[in-house]
Design a protein around this ligand. Sequence first.
Ligand code: 5GP
Length: 221
Amino acid sequence: MVKEKVRGNLIVISGPSGCGKGTICAELLKNNPELFLSVSMTTREPRDGEINGVNYYFVTKDEFLDKIDDGDMLEYAVVYNGNYYGTPKDQVEKKLEQGIDVILEIEIEGAAKVNETMPEGIFIFIMPPSMRELKRRLIKRNTETKEQIIERFKRAYREINEVSKYNYIVINDEVKNAVSKVESIIKAEKCRVNRIEDFDLNTKEEMLHELLTEDLKDYDK
Ligand code: 5GP
């Protein structure tokens, strides 16, 4: 019998702001409710319609700094406008232990930190089809001021050069295609040989014996 590892996979989905990683993750979760999307903590203000504990845990800077001091964050980064974003450690660890695959939708700096502590993670970079398209998407979603869009766009230029540190690249030309590729990656990763914990040789030998004696006894060619 082949015994698979019980522990879930940690899947880090990263890419520049506006590349569509949020949309891809939402679609992924809709199609695969067995996956767990980690809820990040942030010091930024909630946007219209965002719910505490669902989209983010919205906290003050002091609360965030306390969490860092207590060693409760798997990773964190100061992203835009001096705001902190980070992944609380406990929920991720609990789900992985339960055999549930966990998705982290985070920016590049945080992904690099996760790579240091959990290199066994699966690192997927979502790439916009072009920088022009990225700029178009940042403007179209209409959630940032002009200055914020410029800041995000400049950061995106730097971030794209980090792609070689990832295991996979998915170009987000169309959400449906991109989601399907991410799903394929998750499925393929489940078949990795290093996920086999135990391969019972006794059972294998017993089966061989059974095949050669019992099942072949009436075969007389
Ligand atoms: P937004 O303000 O648009 O919700 O998010 C800004 C950026 O922060 C996005 O690129 C998003 O992926 C990233 N982000 C969200 N949560 C986390 C987190 O827990 N850690 C890190 N490092 N980045 C995050």
